[in-house]
Ligand binder design. Structure first.
Ligand code: COA
Length: 260
């Protein structure tokens, strides 16, 4: 892996852990974080040894406290629009071909919450706090907040978070369905790695296609979604891993999936 100014990547077996590393700025998403993150994702995408990605923030206080507000100074409507409609960490995570887990260890605000929602699974510490506070800056969400939040938690709850900018605690986020699980801070990493390692044992192509199918559900009507699912399901039948999975079941042994 290359080295990056604003993040680190550590490989733990088949799981890579990407840590946004600007603790003095509560891991705010600067343009350099976006650039480093996109480059790291490109490397991780190609790395056959990596099957699952975990994303977190460094330090005990914050996952990501939003976009770097200092960079909003001097942006024009067009430059800001170009920035967000080009390649971003949000859309790069959304289309990343391997499962991504956000390990939310503290403030998960604005662009941080948008980034967590672009991941596939969110696991939070009991001290994490969530909000879309853009309204307090006289602006609104631009990294998918209005769209992904409504789909995850429903229109009423999304509307309240977006219009008030208020923070919710981890227990509320779990109740809303914004996060999958909440653990005490000292167990967050171990519990997240357990889920990551469990997923990393599965067949990589089936994981990739399953992720694509689930994500398509909120982008299509039911008939289109069902058709897409059958096509992706059929592709699994072309893989060596399908043969391995079925044979392992019949032979009463654990499958050894190769990603082929
Ligand atoms: N962009 C840029 N810098 C940020 C930031 C952001 N989104 N969030 C925090 N920081 C910086 C602070 O400016 C401060 O830097 P400094 O020490 O150089 O002054 C440092 O991170 C620590 O933050 P601080 O505000 O001192 O911590 P706190 O514990 O008092 O408050 C928050 C924590 C999260 C409540 C507060 O930092 C905050 O409201 N941040 C902005 C959140 C936001 O609106 N995000 C959405 C942006 S669209």
């Amino acid at each position: 892996m290359g080295t990056y100014e604003t993040l680190t990547v550590e490989k733990r077996g088949r799981v890579a852990v990407l840590t946004i590393n600007r603790p003095d700025k509560l891991n705010a998403l600067s343009s350099q974080v976006h650039a480093d993150g996109i480059a790291a994702l490109d490397e991780l995408k190609r790395d056959q040894d990596v099957r699952v990605l975990v994303i977190t923030g460094s330090g005990p206080k914050s996952f990501i406290a939003g976009a770097d507000i200092s960079e909003f100074q001097g942006q024009t409507p067009i430059s800001q629009r170009d920035l967000f409609s080009g390649r971003t960490l949000f859309n790069s995570l959304d289309s990343f071909p391997k499962p991504v887990i956000a390990m939310v260890n503290g403030f998960c605000l604005g662009g941080g919450n948008e980034l967590a929602m672009a991941c596939d699974i969110r696991i939070a510490s009991d001290s994490a706090k969530f909000s879309q506070p853009e309204i307090n800056l006289g602006i609104m969400c631009g990294g998918g907040g209005t769209q992904r939040l409504s789909r995850l938690v429903g229109e009423g709850r999304a509307m309240e978070m977006v219009l008030t900018g208020d923070m919710i605690d981890a227990a509320s986020a779990e109740r809303y369905g914004l996060v999958n699980h909440v653990y005490p801070a000292d167990q967050l990493e171990a519990e997240t790695m357990k889920i990551a390692e469990k997923i990393a044992e599965k067949a990589p192509i089936a994981l990739q296609l399953s992720k694509e199918a689930v994500k398509f559900a909120s982008r299509s009507n039911l008939d289109e979604g069902l058709r897409r699912e059958i096509d992706l399901f059929a592709i699994c039948f072309s893989t060596e891993d399908k043969q391995e999975g079925v044979s392992a079941f019949l032979e009463k042994r654990k499958p050894d999936f190769k990603g082929k």
